[in-house]
Ligand binder design. Structure first.
Ligand code: E4P
Length: 217
């Protein structure tokens, strides 16, 4: 499963990229607002940190303007992935862009039928929002299971990008279901490394090693 960072914070992206485990980045208008940075500048900077797809979202709601925005965004770098909302105009835009080889991430997916439509429109990625689904009284992971089943039934190549990830259990469940990608805030990705028994084990080994009085280097 690929790991994308769901953020526009450069320091966090650099820190995660340095682990060698970062496969891409997703942003959205709220994350750009939170960063306080210029959209075009920060997107270009992120594209220079990772070779993987960097999702940059259109903000128009109609197909023609989405196409014009996508034209500007895809010139930022070769690894820009145009993010469009799951609407009729968004999917029309998805079909047109993927038809000429541009990567497209269809966002704000809350049903398996919507995911089916995105795959038919040739989406490179579909982004079901599990955390927001949970918040509204549904089980976000059920949605991922349904999409996996449907995509496998018809051998769609659209990658399932689990989004709105709130905690490490969302990551675990995504991997068990066989999602292709998950995007999470840096703090959730960093939490994946932690276990209290790992810390306890290191403390015990260090204490015993100190007692030997030896050095490796
Ligand atoms: C995905 O691409 C979105 O940017 C993101 O996962 C939304 O997450 P949120 O529900 O925590 O805002």
């Amino acid at each position: 499963m690929k790991f994308f960072a769901d953020t526009a914070e450069i320091d966090d992206i650099k820190e995660l990229a340095a682990t060698g485990l970062l496969d891409g980045v997703t942003t959205n208008p709220s994350l750009i607002h939170k960063s306080g940075r210029d959209f075009m500048e920060v997107t270009k900077e992120i594209c220079g940190i990772t070779d993987g797809p960097v999702s940059a979202e259109v903000v128009a709601l109609d197909h023609e303007t989405m196409m014009r925005e996508a034209e500007v965004l895809r010139k930022i770098a070769d690894n820009v992935c145009i993010k469009v909302p799951l609407t009729i105009d968004g999917l029309k835009t998805c079909k047109a862009l993927t038809g000429d080889g541009t990567m497209v991430n269809v966002t704000l997916c809350f049903s398996a039928n919507q995911a089916l439509l995105a795959a038919k429109a040739g989406a490179s990625f579909i982004s079901p929002f599990v955390g927001r689904h949970d918040d509204n009284g549904f089980d976000g992971m059920d949605l991922i299971e349904d999409i996996r089943l449907i995509y496998d039934n018809y051998m769609f190549e659209t990658e399932i990008l689990v989004a709105s990830v709130r905690h490490v259990t969302h990551v675990l469940e995504s991997a068990k279901i066989g999602a292709d990608v998950m995007t999470a805030p840096p703090k959730v990705i960093k939490a994946l490394f932690n276990h209290t028994l790992t810390d306890k084990g290191i403390d015990a080994f260090m204490a015993d090693w100190a007692k030997t009085g030896q050095k490796i280097v």
